[in-house]
Design a protein around this ligand. Structure first.
Ligand code: AP5
Length: 213
């Protein structure tokens, strides 16, 4: 099963993709996590991506497309995946389609998670992430059991540098301008489902699993 999660920054894509990958036994591929991994390893891609990410801008399509094409060819992705954060532009969607066509594959479902701007700002302002396994927490909505430590792996929790208010506003604007056109693109292909992302984490999880079943 190959699934795409669309949605603005803070919609819950990472939270839900992690949980869906466990329920459906498919790999979670997050373009943002891959880029942050490149940054922590000090690769050329990571260094180039850093300034775009800090400003809340999209990293250029050619860099992202190559990175994802390589990732979906790896053995653990052959059983399917949930893509979180990719594609984000029509050009990325076209490149993904072309890469899949070569392997005789298609995307099964694209779920668009919608959340109001006010709620997105509250979520990103209170988000903490595990440095080790990338699980997201929220200081009010989904706090870890032990302060500053991940429930799953005891990793240290940190706040992302693009979760500051200026970058958050920019990311929301960039989503509206560059990613919203994908809703029409996938709706025309009749593989789009709409999911209300404003309920509880568990409620949204159930809606998503129903939507992709
Ligand atoms: P990326 O890492 O993909 O960030 P994003 O899309 O901005 O999304 P987020 O990770 O901020 O939010 P999310 O939807 O995953 O929410 P989460 O589950 O954490 O991208 C970062 C940057 O990398 C981009 O700006 C760009 O520069 C670059 N990039 C990445 N992909 C790219 C691409 N394809 N092309 C070009 N550039 C690219 O949840 C948020 C918070 O809310 C958490 O605290 C969580 O606990 C809480 N929460 C979640 N669900 C709920 C709920 N139902 N109720 C209450 N709280 C909730």
């Amino acid at each position: 099963m190959r699934i795409i999660l669309l949605g603005p920054p803070g919609a819950g894509k990472g939270t839900q993709a992690k949980s869906m990958s466990e329920s459906l036994d498919i790999v979670h591929i997050s373009s943002g996590d891959l880029l942050r991994d490149h940054q922590s390893r000090g690769t050329e891609l990571g260094d180039t991506a850093r300034s775009y990410m800090q400003q809340g801008l999209l990293v250029p399509d050619d860099l992202i497309i190559g990175m994802i094409e390589e990732r979906i060819k790896l053995p653990d992705a052959q059983n399917g995946y949930v893509l979180d954060g990719f594609p984000r532009t029509v050009e990325q969607a076209l490149a993904l389609e072309k890469a899949l066509e070569k392997q005789g594959e298609t995307i099964d479902t694209v779920a668009n998670i919608s959340v109001s701007e006010e709620e997105l700002i509250l979520r990103l302002g209170g988000r903490w992430i595990c440095r080790n396994c990338q699980r997201p927490y929220h200081e009010v909505n989904s706090a870890p059991r032990k302060h500053g430590k991940c429930d799953d792996c005891e990793g240290e929790l940190y706040q992302r540098e693009d979760d500051v208010s200026e970058a958050v506003s920019k990311r929301i604007k960039v989503f509206a301008e560059q990613t919203v056109p994908l809703i029409g693109y996938y709706s025309d292909k009749e593989i789009l489902v709409q999911v209300d992302g404003e309920g509880s984490i568990e409620g949204v999880r159930k809606s998503l699993l129903n939507a992709v079943a």
